[in-house]
Design a protein. Sequence first.
Length: 143
Amino acid sequence: MLTNFYERNGLIVTNTWFRKPKRRMYTWKAPGDWSRYKLDYILVKHQCRNSVKDVHTLPGADIDSDHNLLVAKICTRLKKIIRFQKRRPQWDLVKLYAQRQSVQDNTEEKLSAIRRDSGNVKVQWNNIKECVLEIISDLVGKG
């Protein structure tokens, strides 16, 4: 049943790949018996088989079971998470070029209305910037 399962699902048994001493291969020993058996397996997708670096048992591990602990060393590469930032909409430059005269006239009108002595340089800059952005977004829009 296990063979059919891993063949049907594209899996491979990793603890049969690596050559190890016998004491690192078996996973269960019957009480009072000298026979040792492989009963526990680690299954991995076939496409991830190169990431498995080593599989072995730890017979001396204190896990309160008659099975030996089966350990696999797997090297994984995590993918970088790309977070998309909201892109600012671009101005439609074709419309801006087509309506450049009306944009220029409206800008000159509104800038003449802004007083030059309205405070410090930062306040003046913010007023000019808001004026230009308002005119362009009204007449041209974003593409």
